[in-house]
Design a protein around this ligand. Structure first.
Ligand code: PHE
Length: 342
């Protein structure tokens, strides 16, 4: 019996075969169990010999089964390892990864620099009422600035009595919305898309601005100048960039200034922060009392500065890009050339 089963176990091809052998040998109705039952008919002397022998046989078969089972599992694993191997030295399949658009990258840079200066980000809708875009900013209906801005008006049916909406022509309406929402004091920037009907090498109908607004008890133009010089030095990675303030006019600031940064041209190449040339980069001024009022802030208690600058424009300056329109062509060769895409 022992030889028969140990032989069968050794020859078992897989776990199923092994289980069949186990049932036949040491299962409840197996051959060993049957022999055990016969013990009852034996004489005590016979039983004393046969009992331990059968138990030993059962143990031996069980341990042979366990050993074979382990050997089969090992063999199965070996077989899998032989067929399912991976060559980890093979080059990986290339995966194309998207990158942020240069305007988004520059917006993030700008946001990070102003965050260090204590400015948080505020946002407003790109489609806004003409009240937020114009009236609240001290640009009444007849004002020439409305015509100058080449505004896109939303079409309205004659019986539609909702207030007129426009594609915002600048980020300045976010000044009003944030004053209404948060009150004074404020220290915010508002980056985002704006729209004007204009198209040439330096104008696209959609472009991006970042508005800045600081309101407190004793904010002055000196604070404005310091903040801007800190910003441009960080943005262009040049210590101590100089700015030049030129008197200007905006309906929503008084006084108003256009701001230039120091630059020069060397061999037809623009160098920011060097030499004695100037490049206009933004409009700014002290927030007009009427604008504070429109935003629900008392101009007797509070004052502040505001500025608005073209994000695409400073991106062009930083990366030496001659044509604004290229930003919005989605030409991968162009994006790669300037290192904006992989
Ligand atoms: N909104 C102005 C523009 O688009 C820029 C500006 C913002 C000027 C804030 C002064 C203060 O040209």
């Amino acid at each position: 019996l022992k030889a028969k089963y140990l032989g069968q176990i050794a020859g078992a091809a897989d776990e199923n075969a092994l289980e069949t052998i186990r049932l036949a040998a040491v299962g409840k109705k197996g051959e060993v169990a049957l022999k055990m039952r016969e013990l009852g008919k034996m004489t005590p002397e016979e039983r004393q010999v046969a009992g331990p022998a059968l138990n030993a046989l059962k143990d031996e078969i069980n341990s042979a089964l366990a050993a074979k089972k382990a050997a089969l599992a090992d063999a199965a694993l070996d077989a899998r390892l032989r067929t399912e191997w991976l060559d980890v030295t093979l080059p990986s399949r290339t995966r194309r990864q998207g990158t942020l658009h240069p305007v988004s990258q520059v917006t993030e840079e700008v946001t990070a620099i102003f965050a260090e200066l204590g400015f948080s980000v505020a946002e407003g809708p790109r489609i806004d009422t003409d009240w937020y875009n114009f009236d609240a900013l001290n640009i009444p209906g007849h004002h020439p600035a409305r015509a100058e801005m080449d505004t896109f008006y939303m079409h309205r049916a004659p019986d539609d009595d909702r207030p007129p909406h426009v594609l915002r022509t600048h980020t300045s309406p976010v000044q009003i919305r944030t004053m209404e929402k948060r009150g004074a004091p404020l220290r915010i920037i508002c980056p985002g898309g704006v729209y004007r009907a204009d198209y040439d090498q330096t104008h696209t109908p959609m472009f991006h601005q970042v508005e800045g607004l600081a309101i407190d008890k004793d904010i002055s133009m000196a604070n404005l100048k310091w903040v801007l010089e800190e910003f441009f030095s960080a943005f262009f990675e040049i210590n101590g960039i100089k700015t030049r303030f030129r008197a200007s006019h905006f309906p929503f600031t008084e006084p108003s200034a256009e701001v230039d940064i120091q630059c020069s041209w060397v061999d037809g190449q623009l160098r920011i922060g060097e030499g004695d040339g100037w490049m206009e980069v933004l409009g700014s001024g002290m927030v007009h009392p009427k604008v504070l009022q429109a935003g629900g802030i008392d101009p007797n208690d509070w004052q502040g500065f505001a500025f608005g600058m073209g994000i695409d424009r400073i991106a062009m300056l930083k990366y030496g890009i001659p044509d604004l329109r290229a930003f919005f062509d989605s030409d991968l060769r162009w994006l790669r050339h300037y290192g904006f895409a992989a």
